[in-house]
Design a protein around this ligand. Sequence first.
Ligand SMILES: Cc1cc2nc3c(=O)[nH]c(=O)nc-3n(C[C@H](O)[C@H](O)[C@H](O)COP(=O)(O)OP(=O)(O)OC[C@H]3O[C@@H](n4cnc5c(N)ncnc54)[C@H](O)[C@@H]3O)c2cc1C
Length: 384
Amino acid sequence: MRLEESLIKIKHVTEDTIRGEAAEVDKQAKWPQHSIQNLQQEGLAGLVVPAQFGGLGHGLSGLAKACEIIGQVSASTALCFGMHCVGSAVIAAKPTKAQQKQFLEPIAAGEHITTLALSEPGTGAHFYYPQTQLLPVSEDRFLVKGKKTFVTSGGYADSYVVTTAGVDPDAAMHQFSCVVLEKNAQGLEWGPAWEGIGMRGNSSRSVTLNNIAVSTSYLLGEMGDQLWYIFHVVAPYFLTSMAGTYLGIAQAAFDEAKKHLMQRSYSHNGLSLNQIPLLQHRLGMIWAKLERTRQLVYHAAAEGDKGEETALLAILSAKAEVAHCAVDVVNEAMTLAGGIGYRENSRFDVLLRDARAAHVMSPTTDLLYTWVGRAVLEQPLLND
Ligand SMILES: Cc1cc2nc3c(=O)[nH]c(=O)nc-3n(C[C@H](O)[C@H](O)[C@H](O)COP(=O)(O)OP(=O)(O)OC[C@H]3O[C@@H](n4cnc5c(N)ncnc54)[C@H](O)[C@@H]3O)c2cc1C
């Protein structure tokens, strides 16, 4: 399926199912089961899985646009679908024959949802320094021991791509490994649901990994493989899925503001809000912000898909810029929508709460700009 066809299908699923489930997802902090199932049924779950493994192979560009479409209606759903795609991309980067059969083919067939478990309580925003241990206990077995926090789709995914420290105690901190744990692995102990003010439906939970025995065949790539180095595989997909999602939030806020300006008129002078120069100017300002940020996201994703050396800086900047864009556009759009926009349960109620997560979801905005600055200054990105 060509990317354009896939995006049309995603728009249909968004209108047919995601929109209907969105309010419940937010209000009741409900994982978007029907929406994810419909995406699977429509053959979209292998969005970033390469065609050679049965997927659609739409890469970073497809991921950005898919999350943007879904994010306009339900950012929580976009995050769950996005994290599934990120996990899929990590598995697909260097799969063994067995991993292709066990994970990638079922993902592409719409029978398996995965996700990425990176963050830990100890290292917080510095998720690229996992302390979860991967301990070899025999020729063909490891024990996985540690704790992960904020696992999207926690308790609902069929598998979890878990980052761990390299086994070698002298390994550099970033030489981590990735291993896949299945949902029924003995020793997975889920914490209670995290009650966020926004992004409430993504079932973001902590999980303790109590000496989970796992076959060495579940290791992705080689032990401590540089392939998994955060800036080469994990970050581009992770950041792009978030950039698309938060772009969707900004677009939705813009659309609400425009609707209000088009519909509202005054009885005392018959003037429509869309005829007032200051409001025209303010709407123009947020359109420009949204459009230049969208172009940066698309450009960054396209560069990443082409494997350009300049892609990384664009991808890092894109997520940081989107975070500002989403928060700013929602704020401005709320002002344009007047008192109606400030109502509880208005569309802005959800958009404002959801948008605010953009800055704190790692890599956080501050870390991203710091990395961009270091790269420009020809310094290594990580030194803390
Ligand atoms: C809705 C939501 C969904 C999430 N989903 C996932 C998921 O699916 N998988 C996953 O692994 N994680 C996920 N996360 C976790 C997210 O990435 C964490 O919130 C993040 O790692 C921040 O960790 P922390 O709360 O411990 O912040 P802290 O580490 O306490 O950081 C606090 C602040 O300090 C800043 N800071 C820290 N060190 C520096 C420094 N050296 N320079 C500049 N600033 C610094 C940070 O940028 C941040 O702003 C999710 C979080 C949220 C809110």
